[in-house]
Design a protein around this ligand. Structure first.
Ligand SMILES: C=C(O[C@H]1C=CC=C(C(=O)O)[C@@H]1O)C(=O)O
Length: 443
């Protein structure tokens, strides 16, 4: 954990700017670079770091929170509007243990949150620039000067050339279909024997591209296909040659906290898209009625309610319905809770992660089985990514439909929930469908 002395307080200034095209602002941003956008949320582009908080192990959620509390204490913050307040953006690894020597996750600590040096925030009708400084040299004067200079520069950004999409020249799955069948059969046997109730197993797909990936292009294009998903890009280091990036468009909300109102939801149970609206409806109806999928889904609803109950004065579960995305359809149930106390969003993120939509039940046994079965490190895949502010409010998604890239390689991840009557071949096909959001961008 990076130690923060008393002098490490945030100095933050913001002003409204004429909105630069997001593609241009993202192309212009320095590493560590980030992009965040969620349905009903402001879109944020971060450039550089005023400070980076990292942590590891099972205490990583609490350690990040403690460091952020120290950082934000007695800050000198003049945001002008709520949207432009300073926020920390980042994510966690799926598992508590994480080896940063291992590819492709070498550049991603077990927890990393960046307070951007420069943050551009897009609301529905305006754009704001925030400049954050931390440390003895970050005076109000220096930060204000940088704000003016950066606002002028953003007003004249060149439109970036549209870069050609990268082509996949080679693909390799970390798991063969035979090995997959064996692991799913083993999992269903263990479920039948009562050792497990549900487990989510994933497969990684390594793709070699014919050139380095333009992550900002991919991010911009995901906005067209997945406008109502959380779209994110995290580039953690300044490695100019490889620029490692974690990128995705996930439909799964983990936690959005404002005041004492927490919004989350269960997303599990999947079918494909039809070729016609009638076929789509038919598939959606099948999904609504399918016992295996409904069971797989309801396990997640019940677990989320249990995970939230120690914090909640009341929990309300909405109607289960079908969520239609560009490539798949899911069962989804919105869940909201009124908390009995003030809580930090990271406390709730820690309590909820991993839901059985990405882990399983019982949690410890499912996690150990995932570790023993999967031949790759999940890294930040299926783990919480998002942001929080000085008040402990924030928004986190589950980082599925994602890929980690470095230079000309991209590793994509996709998983499926296994219950007693799961069929290995059908689950294999579902994994392939879930690669589509990222693969379509690369091919
Ligand atoms: C684990 C993933 O999806 C989860 C979210 C929605 C539906 C799922 C399912 O039907 O299996 C998974 O639980 C993934 O996309 O990698």
């Amino acid at each position: 954990m990076k130690s923060l002395g008393d002098e490490m307080r945030v100095v933050s200034r913001a002003r409204q700017i004429s909105a630069p095209p997001a593609r241009a602002a993202l192309a212009d941003a320095a590493t560590p670079r980030l992009f965040w956008s969620g349905d009903g949320e402001e879109t944020v582009i971060g450039s550089g770091a005023a400070v980076t908080l990292t942590a590891g192990g099972e205490d990583r959620f609490g350690d990040v929170r403690a460091a952020a509390d120290r950082l934000f204490a007695e800050g000198d913050v003049h945001a002008g509007t709520e949207a432009a307040r300073p926020r920390l953006f980042g994510g966690f690894t799926f598992h508590d243990e994480h080896d940063t020597d291992e590819k492709p996750w070498g550049a991603f600590p077990s927890a990393q949150f960046v307070l951007p040096r420069r943050q551009v925030t897009y609301t529905d009708d305006a754009a704001w620039l925030t400049v954050n400084g931390v440390g003895p040299d970050a005076t109000a004067e220096l930060v204000s000067d940088e704000l003016d200079a950066t606002a002028a520069k953003l007003g004249n950004l060149p439109t970036p050339e549209t870069m050609r999409a990268s082509n996949v020249v080679e693909r390799e799955r970390t798991t063969t279909k035979e090995a997959w069948r064996a692991s799913v059969t083993d999992a269903t046997d263990r479920i039948a024997a009562g050792e497990l109730r549900k487990i989510v197993l994933a497969v990684a797909l390594r793709a070699r591209l014919d050139g380095p990936l333009a992550a900002h292009e991919v991010t911009a294009r995901l906005a067209d296909t997945y406008p109502d998903c959380y779209r994110f890009l995290f580039e953690p280091t300044g490695d100019a040659e490889l620029t490692p990036a974690f990128i995705g468009a996930t439909p799964e909300r983990l936690a959005t906290l404002r005041g004492r109102t927490l919004a989350t939801g269960a997303l599990a149970g999947t079918t494909g898209r039809g070729d016609t609206p009638a076929e789509d409806e038919w598939l959606a109806d099948e999904l609504r009625r399918d016992e295996k999928n409904v069971h797989e889904h309801d396990i997640v609803v019940d677990a989320i309610r249990d995970q939230l109950s120690p914090f909640a004065a009341s929990i309300s579960t909405g109607e289960r319905d079908v969520r239609r995305l560009a490539t798949v359809q899911h069962l989804e149930t919105p869940i909201t809770a009124t908390l009995s106390d003030d809580e930090h969003v990271l406390t709730l993120v820690e309590a909820l992660h991993p839901t059985p939509a990405v882990g399983g039940l019982p949690p410890d046994r499912a996690l150990a089985t995932i570790r023993d079965t999967e031949s790759f490190d999940r890294g930040w895949y299926a783990a919480p990514v998002g942001w929080f502010d000085a008040a402990g409010h924030g928004s986190f998604a589950v980082a599925i439909r994602s890929a980690v890239t470095a230079g000309d390689t991209a590793t994509l991840f996709a998983g499926v929930g296994i219950v007693e009557d799961s069929d290995p071949d059908a689950e294999w096909d579902e994994v392939q469908l879930k690669y589509r959001p990222m693969l379509d961008e690369l091919e």
